[in-house]
Design a protein around this ligand. Structure first.
Ligand code: NI
Length: 157
């Protein structure tokens, strides 16, 4: 495993669309392992492949209940609204309020290529939505509410 460099700020790769993974090969497995180590090293609660310079639809989360890996994640249903503070490992030193669904249902593939469905609420739902946005070139600063925020100890995704 290796820690990869997290792309930040104006890096154009953060604005590109990531591609669907067609073949879960050894490169994808290594990518996942490296992303886990990189997220942990950066003390993040989520990470998307484009943040380490790879335009593939691969994300991970760890909101304190263990790492979850998602390949080709898709949101199937959303419910409710939740306003919370977000930060991003790719947008250092910034944070802001973002409205996300309170609850989501998603499907994705695991590293064995098996499709799974899950529901997520609260912080985990927020993390998954933030990471899927990264796959579509969207940063939280694009959608945050235009209010000052000077929170400390903000979760970074
Ligand atoms: Ni982020």
């Amino acid at each position: 495993m290796a820690i990869r460099v997290i792309r930040t700020d104006e890096d154009p790769i953060l604005r590109k669309q990531s591609r669907v993974v067609k073949d879960i090969n050894q490169r994808i497995v290594i990518l996942l392992d490296d992303m886990i180590e990189t997220m942990s090293d950066a003390d993040g609660v989520g990470l998307a492949a484009p943040q380490v310079g790879v335009l593939k639809r691969v994300i991970i989360t760890d909101v304190g209940e263990g790492v979850i890996e998602y390949i080709n994640p898709e949101i199937l249903e959303t419910e409710g609204e939740n306003c919370g503070i977000e930060g991003c490992l790719s947008v250092p030193e910034k944070s802001g309020k973002v409205i996300r669904p309170e609850k989501i249902k998603i499907k994705a593939l695991n590293r064995e290529g098996v499709e799974f469905e899950m529901t997520a609420e609260g912080l985990l739902a927020r993390a998954i939505c933030h990471e899927i946005d990264h796959l579509n070139g969207i940063l939280f600063t694009d959608i945050m509410l235009p209010e000052e925020d000077d929170s400390e100890d903000v979760n970074e995704y």
